[in-house]
Design a protein around this ligand. Structure first.
Ligand code: NIG
Ligand code: FE
Length: 418
């Protein structure tokens, strides 16, 4: 078999094992391999092991060789929760936040998500595309090779929701980073439905969801289940209706107020429950029982400045698989830097560096249903690999806020170099 790219002398974190999310003690088992050789053929991983490369693999002058001595090699990172495609920015709310004005109060006063809805509505396809592409380039530079992108800034205006998902679809074709799309029509209650939100839920179920499915615009269906946004009952209706049509549920659950979103995610068979800063003990039990991936977003906790973080240790103790993502969006977390979130996951959620790398590789893959073909460095999986200029994983998380990326390989090709 001809090898196109060979990584030698690697200190690798392979995540080799089951093609499934890890929980409990296994969340911290990452499969270190010292002095490893990783051989890539086409867009797949052909060999991983101790050097030298077995004879069945042929290496010639066309083979690109990377000496990874002194560096750390991991699976390409996966950002499983972003609001990538949106118009505008919200720095005008920064001052309000510093003055102590609450996120949900800004939303209730017509700002927050509503202000991004206006900006997204006014932006053309091209403007949204260019802005999202810039962010994707930044993410790639941080070692990220797969990104989930949610719609949700059209809400009442379905054409804008469609525009967001079309942009994600086009970027998935044009950009080296793979995009996985989530419909989030239930991100806020449109202002014209403020006094009759159930009517909006009907529109979502009867008109929007069938259109999204028919036009293959998304794989998942997400709801912001939150006080003043969608109730547990409304969320349940929307999630079950989507599931019936083939869209797996995701839930923005117990982000700010403890409503029972964690319990709901388990009840409807969600693939993931996200945020969970205010999850109840019962919610944790239910998520553990159903092995719903908890996608935790420490950048949002940090940026909200409320001194509340998701109870990650309790979740690990109870057996909930954890993923860590950016939540990149113009309001609650305006940052594309997944490496920073990894440091925050250790500093704020008290996760070990090993638990954290699991959370941005195989568990993040599982949160978006892609654990079969990515999230680990194993023969047959996609050749998506990140190389960091650090001697250890501890150093990478400890030296926070900067970019440690040395090289990113996507589909077997070098796509980023420091
Ligand atoms: O995940 N919680 C709801 N949605 C986003 C924030 C969106 C926004 O503020 O624009 C979140 O935090
Ligand atoms: Fe979010």
């Amino acid at each position: 078999m001809k090898i196109n790219l060979l990584i030698e002398n690697a200190k690798a974190i392979t995540m080799a094992g089951e093609k499934a999310a890890r929980w409990g003690q296994a969340q911290g088992e990452v499969g270190y391999l010292e002095g490893a050789t990783i051989a890539l053929a086409g867009d797949r991983i052909a060999y991983v092991g101790k050097s030298p490369l077995p004879e069945e693999f042929s290496v010639d002058e066309d083979t690109i060789k990377i000496d990874a001595r002194g560096k750390l090699v991991t699976p390409g990172l996966i950002d499983a929760h972003t609001h990538l495609v949106h118009g505008g920015s919200r720095e005008h709310e920064f001052k309000l936040k510093l003055e102590g004005v609450d996120y949900l109060d800004i939303l209730a006063q017509g700002g927050g998500i509503h202000s991004t809805v206006k900006a997204t509505r006014e932006a053309s396809f091209e403007v949204l595309y260019d802005k999202a592409k810039k962010s994707l380039d930044i993410m790639l530079g941080f070692g990220v090779t797969t990104v989930e992108a949610k719609s949700g800034y059209g809400i009442g205006d379905f054409a804008t929701e469609i525009k967001q998902m079309e942009v994600a679809k086009r970027l998935d074709q044009d950009h080296v980073v793979d995009l996985v799309s989530t419909f989030m029509g239930a991100h806020a209650v449109p202002k014209d439905y403020a006094d009759r939100p159930d009517d909006f839920v009907d529109v979502l179920i009867e008109e929007m969801l069938p259109y999204v499915v028919e036009n293959k615009l998304a794989d998942f269906n997400d709801v912001f289940c939150e006080e003043g946004v969608f109730t547990v009952d409304q969320s349940r209706r929307i999630l079950l209706a989507g599931k019936e049509l083939g869209l797996l549920p995701k839930v923005h659950a117990d982000e700010i107020v403890q409503l029972g979103g964690g319990e709901l995610a388990a009840e409807v068979g969600a693939i993931s429950a996200e945020h969970l800063m205010a999850v109840s003990d019962q919610g944790i039990e239910d998520l553990a029982e159903k092995k719903v991936v908890a996608v935790l977003l420490p950048g949002t906790s940090f940026n909200m400045q409320k001194n509340v973080a998701a109870p990650a240790r309790k979740m690990i103790e109870k057996g909930v698989p954890i993923a860590i993502s950016t939540d990149y969006n113009p309001g609650s977390c305006p940052s594309e830097n997944l490496q920073f979130m990894m440091s925050l996951a250790s500093l704020m959620l008290k996760m070990t560096p090993e638990e954290v790398i699991t959370a941005v590789t195989i568990n993040a893959a599982a949160a978006i249903g892609r654990q079969e073909d990515r999230g680990s460095i194993e023969v047959g999986k996609k050749a998506d690999i990140a190389i960091f200029d650090v001697a250890s994983l501890e150093y990478m998380l400890y030296h926070f806020g900067i970019n440690h990326t040395d090289t990113v390989i996507k589909n077997g090709k070098i796509v980023y170099r420091k």
